[in-house]
Write a protein that binds this ligand. Structure first.
Ligand SMILES: *Cc1c(COP(=O)(O)O)cnc(C)c1O
Length: 368
């Protein structure tokens, strides 16, 4: 790979393929694979990721919002797209783009039926979400009769799947809770089938669900973070490959005398002669202020250089006193060795937040 000449997020599609195949290897051949590409494909570039996964015959995509689904359609994606958290104001656009909504309460179910009637739809595919303990979005078990009544009054929609979401699939201390969510969902599915009279697809597993609860793979699984190379455990992190590397370069090097300060509010004060490097990446690029003042670090020539002082909007300064480097040299924020999860841990957050925070102004490059 050529050295970075500006701040770039490098996406390794070979690693994406590896992760997809690894996760698929955990499934029965008949279990469908839904790739979650919300939030710009977890920061990677949803269209590129989706295009590539389409060549690998992924079965489904999911995004959070309707606009994200429209972007995929504009990029030529033909695979079905589930919209996890649609807003009624955009239903016309959802229908025009053949996106499939998750419907999670009475209000949105009725609003969608109204929209499909106005648009003269018949049997439009929808996905009904049930709450089994996350208490975020979803109908409750005892809403099945209401759903059935509502469905029996319209021919505009058809339920393609029913699904739920696990609250703590990565946390094996919560195994009893998760097992109970799975059990509840299976009961909901049975009652739904009995009441409504047909059998939609069933799905409940996210990435950690795939890895930790094989009995819950059902008809389809929904994987996000695993595709991007994180398994939420030391063992699974070894089986997966982070696909994104965030790199930049050294803009300027300073020699700082004892007692001088670095950056805004003079948050860092040098206790001796030190060398700092200024880098073109800041909190507007996704390196939040929580990484400042010695918490986060970057890698230069294989060595750790801690962030000194406050993170600026477009820049950070790092301590390179003991590193033999020069202006223009490459700097690594995270890659497959020093991962986004390592960076996340310095500021008490998770890989999900680090990779989705990478600003859209940073150029994405791809390794095929
Ligand atoms: C984001 C999301 C996923 C993907 O979760 P990962 O832990 O990234 O695999 C799956 N299902 C729903 C409903 C989600 O919101």
């Amino acid at each position: 790979m050529p050295k970075a000449q500006e701040t770039v997020l490098e996406i390794d599609l070979k690693a994406l393929k590896h992760n997809f195949q690894y996760l698929k290897s955990k499934l029965q051949p008949s279990t469908k694979f839904l790739a979650v590409v919300k939030a710009f494909g977890y920061g990677s570039d949803a269209c590129k990721i989706a295009k590539y996964l389409e060549t690998l015959h992924v079965d489904y995509f999911a995004v959070a919002y309707i606009n994200e689904g429209i972007a995929l359609r504009k990029a030529g994606i033909k695979t079905p797209i589930l919209v996890l958290h649609p807003q009624a104001v955009n239903f016309k656009a959802l229908i025009e783009n053949c996106l499939e909504p998750s419907l999670y309460n009475a209000k949105i179910l009725k609003e969608f039926i109204t929209a499909t009637s106005i648009e003269n739809q018949k049997n439009y595919p929808v996905h009904i979400k049930f709450n089994t303990g996350l208490n975020r979005l979803g109908f409750w078990h005892n809403d099945i009769n209401f759903i059935n009544k509502t469905l029996s009054l319209t021919k505009t929609i058809t339920v393609k799947s029913i699904f739920s979401h696990l609250a703590a699939s990565e946390d094996l201390n919560e195994k009893p809770f998760t097992t109970n969510q799975i059990k509840d969902f299976k009961t909901i599915a049975k009652n739904f089938e009995k009441t409504v009279g047909y059998k939609p697809m069933l799905h409940i597993c996210n990435t950690s669900g795939i890895l930790n609860y094989p009995e819950a793979h059902l008809d389809m699984v929904r994987s996000g973070i695993g595709l991007y190379g994180f398994g939420n455990s030391e063992i699974e992190n070894k089986n997966l490959k982070p696909i994104a590397s965030l790199k930049t370069i050294i803009s300027q090097i300073h020699l700082i005398e004892k007692g001088e300060s670095v950056g805004y509010n003079r948050a860092y004060k040098s206790d001796g002669l030190q060398k700092t490097a200024t880098l073109p990446i800041g909190h507007a690029d996704g390196i939040g202020r929580q990484y400042g003042n010695g918490k986060g670090y970057v890698i230069i020539k294989g060595q750790k250089a801690p962030i000194v002082g406050n993170v600026c909007m477009d820049m950070i300064m790092v301590n390179i006193t003991d590193i033999d480097c020069k202006e223009g040299d490459e700097v690594i924020l995270f890659d497959a060795n020093t991962t986004a999860e390592d960076l996340a841990e310095t500021a008490n957050t998770i890989s999900y937040e680090v990779i989705t925070a990478v600003s859209q102004r940073i150029k994405r490059t791809f390794i095929e």
